[in-house]
Design a protein around this ligand. Structure first.
Ligand SMILES: Cc1cc2nc3c(=O)[nH]c(=O)nc-3n(C[C@H](O)[C@H](O)[C@H](O)COP(=O)(O)OP(=O)(O)OC[C@H]3O[C@@H](n4cnc5c(N)ncnc54)[C@H](O)[C@@H]3O)c2cc1C
Length: 98
């Protein structure tokens, strides 16, 4: 069950990889899976088009989309930046609560 500040799956970074992993888990995983993405930017840029922008063949504004509009349904967007990873601490606290 989702709790404030706690999720079963927390994806750091809502770029192409993060959004794709979230969508795949949502589609293939159990429907009850509680997934969130942490992303500091309100805008997602489609980077492959940057090459065309540099060549003057594509409009930079068209590479941008609101991040929130790309988050798969049923996935929570946490607006902010991860400050660090502490897997050993998380592992210890999970063991302690068993
Ligand atoms: C000029 C250019 C041309 C390219 N052309 C192609 C191409 O033709 N074909 C192709 O397949 N690929 C291409 N790529 C590569 C493709 O764009 C990248 O492989 C892809 O965007 C990588 O996805 P990603 O999610 O790993 O990183 P990104 O899409 O960069 O996403 C990383 C996310 O992490 C977030 N983030 C950063 N710090 C934090 C933090 N502390 N906490 C939480 N979130 C954080 C960022 O805001 C960002 O949204 C191109 C890239 C560039 C730059």
């Amino acid at each position: 069950m989702a709790q404030a500040g706690h999720h079963q799956i927390l994806i750091v970074g809502g770029g192409t990889a993060g959004i794709t992993v979230a969508a795949s888990l949502r589609r293939r995983g159990p429907s009850t899976l509680d997934i969130a993405i942490v992303e500091p930017s309100a805008t997602h840029y489609y980077q492959p088009c940057f090459t065309l922008v540099g060549a003057g063949a594509y409009d930079m504004a068209r590479t941008a989309r609101p991040e929130r509009a790309l988050i798969p349904p049923g996935v929570k967007l946490v607006e902010g930046a991860a400050q660090g990873f502490e897997p050993e601490t998380a592992s210890r606290s999970r063991t302690a609560t068993r």
